[in-house]
Design a protein around this ligand. Sequence first.
Ligand code: SF4
Length: 138
Amino acid sequence: MSTEKRHFICVTCPIGCEIDVETRDGEIVSMSGNKCSKGEEFVLQELKEPMRTLTSTVRIKGARWAMLPVRTDNAIPKRLFPSVLAELAQVELEVPVKMSEVILSNVAGTGADVVATRSMDRSSNGQARRRRRATDVG
Ligand code: SF4
């Protein structure tokens, strides 16, 4: 019979409850610190397969910035982050890209898509530069 004490920080909402869990032979025997039942669901998932949304960037050509921010459209197993990042490292986009546009489908076989978290094109970059100049003068 093996007993283990584990500590988690629930990331389900911004409160970030610190949850203490005691398991015996892999089964939860006590849990404290969670303010709602979602904390229990979070811990059960953490014990089974930790899942997170991955945020990263990919290279983009023709834009003012060299990198476009992206994220997975769903939580994916944390253990697959290295595989997803390796796939993203192979990507080089060209403008224009629209916000929420799918960059990679079923990335690393996770079933999740990687999507752009902002739009990028040449004209909007030019507008941004013009706005900043107007602010500088005013
Ligand atoms: S246990 Fe409930 S209240 Fe606490 S962080 Fe998780 S979701 Fe938020």
